[in-house]
Design a binder for this molecule. Structure first.
Ligand code: DGT
Ligand code: MG
Ligand code: MG
Ligand code: MG
Ligand code: MG
Length: 263
């Protein structure tokens, strides 16, 4: 069809397909959340409301995009794994990246007041996003191990840091110097001896992050709707997204969910 004399500009829009048969990992990260968390009075080191808000936005995204087989969230970031065979938007890079980032961001704002009923939004939160392609299972597993190891390292540090400030009465610069050069075991020791905190008993949400997977509802898991019709309906419906706070570095998680890496 002949276009207008202007239509040639369309030729400057180049295709940007993502390599077929590779795993896509989309990582979103809050833009300047150092400031955003201050302005909105997030609890330190971890604000459960903020973490649950991001979990909810991630669940919304996974409900909308069945190609996402795994989500992992910590701090102000979320990573999503799309199955190798994903063909959404013909694997157009900009389309996928912009649409999913926008969806997640919109959900965070949409759900804000549910998690922060007494804290009006001062300005719109925004997220940056990137998609990285991984050729194989090893790289995908190492990617998620990297993020969860990061969660652990940061949370241990932040827990020790804020204990020194909030309970120990140190200034932030004193706390920085107290922790300078300390190893992981020193921080465990400091938390236990000075503040009576057994780090391994700290909420798993903070230590391990949030792991979102699809799980078929089990029969009888709905005590409030025990009718056979309700059960049949639950079992026929698509798997629900569930939020776990479990280890994803060791084999067990992956071995018990082969579908995550198989598609
Ligand atoms: P960016 O990502 O380069 O635009 O800059 P930021 O400031 O978002 O830096 P990033 O992503 O490396 O670090 C996340 C920031 O968000 C960090 O300053 C701590 C803050 N944050 C995330 N989750 C929480 C929370 O639960 N409580 C508090 N108080 N702060 C949090
Ligand atoms: Mg950053
Ligand atoms: Mg950030
Ligand atoms: Mg971050
Ligand atoms: Mg359009």
């Amino acid at each position: 069809m002949a276009g207008s004399k202007f239509a040639y500009v369309r030729n400057f829009e180049l295709p940007d397909p993502l390599l077929p048969g590779t795993f896509m990992v989309l990582r979103l990260d809050g833009h300047s959340f150092h400031r955003f968390s201050d302005v909105h009075g997030f609890a330190k080191p971890n604000d459960v409301r903020a973490l649950k808000l991001l979990d909810h936005a991630a669940t919304d995204l996974m409900d909308q995009y069945p190609d996402i087989v795994l989500g992992f969230g910590e701090s102000d970031e979320f990573s999503f794994l799309l199955k190798k065979s994903a063909s959404l938007y013909n694997r157009r890079h900009a389309k996928i990246l912009s649409t999913l980032t926008s969806h997640f961001t919109a959900s965070v704002t949409f759900r804000w007041s549910t998690y922060f009923p007494d804290t009006p939004l001062q300005y719109p939160p925004t997220f940056d996003g990137r998609i990285v392609l991984y050729p194989g299972i090893k790289e995908v597993r190492d990617y998620f191990s990297w993020r969860q190891a990061d969660t652990h390292i940061n949370n241990l540090h932040n827990t020790a840091f804020w204990a020194l400030v909030q309970q120990g009465g140190e200034s932030t610069s004193q706390a920085h110097s107290t922790l300078k050069g300390t190893q992981s075991k020193d921080k465990h020791e400091l938390l236990f001896t000075r503040f009576g905190v057994n780090y391994n008993a700290v909420d798993e949400r903070f230590r391990k992050g949030s792991v979102l997977v699809r799980q078929q509802e089990q029969q009888g898991s709905h005590p409030d709707s025990p009718s056979p019709e309700a059960k049949a309906k639950a079992n026929a419906s698509k798997p629900a997204v569930v939020i776990l706070h479990c280890d994803i570095i060791k084999d067990e998680f992956w071995d018990s969910r082969p579908e995550i890496l198989s598609g």
